[in-house]
Every structure is written in C-alpha cells, then in structure tokens.
Design a protein around this ligand. Structure first.
Ligand code: FPP
Length: 256
C-alpha cells in the first residue's frame, strides 16, 4: 500500500527551477545605468541632515565602481544630478556640487590607474565653474583609458537631452542635411550618449518605481531592476544580485 507521505508528494507542485546564484561572466551586461535614490531617507532614518546621506552615497559609488570594473562591465551610467535637482534647497545643491568636486579631486588618480574612463552626459556648461573644471580635468586625464567607462549624468534630463539633440540636428538641416528618411540610429547620434550602447540593465534603489527623466530614449528595451535598499547601503554584492537576475531573463526586443 502506498504511504500517505508519498501520496502527498505525488500531488505537490514540482519544485521551482532554482535560480542560478552564480554570475555568468560570459554574459555580463555591457551597460548598466543606476538611479542612486534614497540618500535623503537614509539620513532621515538616522536623524542626520540629508547631505550626510549624499556623503554616505559616495561610499556606495566607490564600491559599485570597483565591482563593475572588476567583472568587466563596459559602461556604468550614474544619475548624479538631474535638471530638476536645481529646485532643491541651495544648501543641498551646493553640498552635492562640492561632493562631486571632492570626489573627483580625491579619486580620479586611482580611477585613472585602474584604467577607468570618466565621461558625462547632460549639459555640463550649466554646472558651477569649479565643478565644470574638475569634470573637464577628469575627462581629459582618463580619455584614453580602455576599461570601465563611468558615465556621470550631471545637469541631465532625458527630455532636455532630446531637445538639445533636436537643436543640433536642426543646425545640420540648415546646413543641408535631409531628414526625409531619418533613422532611429541616426537621431541617437545627436544625443549625449553618442557611441554608447543603450543600457542593458537599469537599477533604481530605495523602492521607487519611476524613470524620473533618466535615459528616456535609450531605455526603450532596457531591463529594469528595483530594490528597497537605500543607495548608501547598496554595495557591489547588490550589483551582482541584480546582474544574476538579469541573466535569468529572456530579452526579446519586441520579437518572440
Ligand atoms: C537621490 O537621493 C540622490 C541624488 C539626487 C544625488 C546622488 C548623489 C550621490 C550618490 C553622491 C555624489 C555623486 C557623485 C558622482 C560624487 P535623494 O536625495 O532624492 O533621496 P530621497 O529620495 O531619499 O530624498
């Protein structure tokens, strides 16, 4: 006679296929974009001023850049300051700009020796002079590096980028370019991300589920990954977790 337990087992759903927890280093996403959110709430939870959260966010930045570089990610685009962030209190805006300046001054040497290239998207002409100088220096120093490209979004907004792109295109039209058969790839060349592939994976921290004007054009077929973790607590191992999830997905790009 068949035992009860064996009978129960017969009706149990088959065990779910276990996720592979190990990263497949032959399928590392080439471009990862991150909305580093939750600095303010991280600080508030500790009864600290918001700027402490941004400062703690730099620690996370450091660790994530190190991991991304080590595992062979080609592009890491980080949303550091949006076109809308100017509306924050002046103190916070100044603190963010100072943090950027201090970070670049302090870290660019090490990034350079690790073959990291610094690039930016967004209208850096709109940044305070001191930030502009530091950004330009970092870009110039690292421009020939062939390792990870850390692409910092500064004074960046997806809609602003598209408008600036249209203005550049319009100039070429005035110079005789025909746009009768304008192709997607051709217009993409007018955006800040020229020569950078679209992001494969977009991560947003802190339990918010929005694009917030980030890479609107480029994210058409990007895989999205969200975590409740506030940015200052995010580390390289969280990045690995996101990549493992990404590697378990099937990308169809509108096909079947
Ligand atoms: C969003 O959190 C974060 C920012 C607007 C700034 C991100 C900046 C850093 C991580 C540090 C500096 C970066 C560089 C490149 C040196 P939030 O302030 O909106 O957080 P909240 O939603 O909890 O208020």
């Amino acid at each position: 006679m068949i035992e009860v337990n064996k009978l129960i087992n017969l009706f149990k759903k088959p065990a779910k296929k276990r996720k592979i927890n190990k990263i497949d280093d032959t399928r590392i996403p080439s471009h990862i974009a991150i909305i580093m959110d939750g600095n303010g709430r991280w600080a508030k939870a500790r009864q600290l001023p918001r700027t402490f959260g941004h400062k703690a966010g730099v620690e996370a930045l450091r660790d994530v850049i190190k991991t991304a570089s080590n595992i062979g990610v080609k592009y890491l685009t980080l949303y550091a300051f949006s076109t809308e962030n100017w509306s924050r209190p002046q103190d916070e805006v100044s603190a963010l700009m100072q943090l950027l300046v201090d970070y670049l001054k302090k870290e660019v040497g090490e990034l350079h020796s690790n073959n990291v290239r610094i690039n930016t998207i967004g209208d850096i002409e709109g940044l305070p002079r001191i930030a502009k100088i530091e950004v330009k220096n970092a870009k110039a120093l690292t421009k020939s590096n062939s390792g990870l490209c850390v692409n910092i979004a500064l004074n960046y907004g997806g809609r602003d980028e598209i408008i600036r792109g249209i203005k550049k295109l319009y100039k070429d039209v005035e110079d005789g370019l025909s746009i009768e058969n304008l192709q997607v790839e051709e217009f993409a060349g007018y955006l800040d991300t020229t020569n950078i592939p679209d992001p494969d994976l977009l991560i947003r921290t802190s339990g918010e589920y929005r694009f917030s004007n980030f890479l609107l054009w480029q994210s058409a077929y990007t895989e999205l990954w969200f975590t409740e973790t506030y940015w200052p607590d995010f580390r390289g191992e969280d990045l690995i977790g996101a990549i493992v999830d990404y590697q378990n997905r099937t990308r169809r790009f509108g096909g079947i």
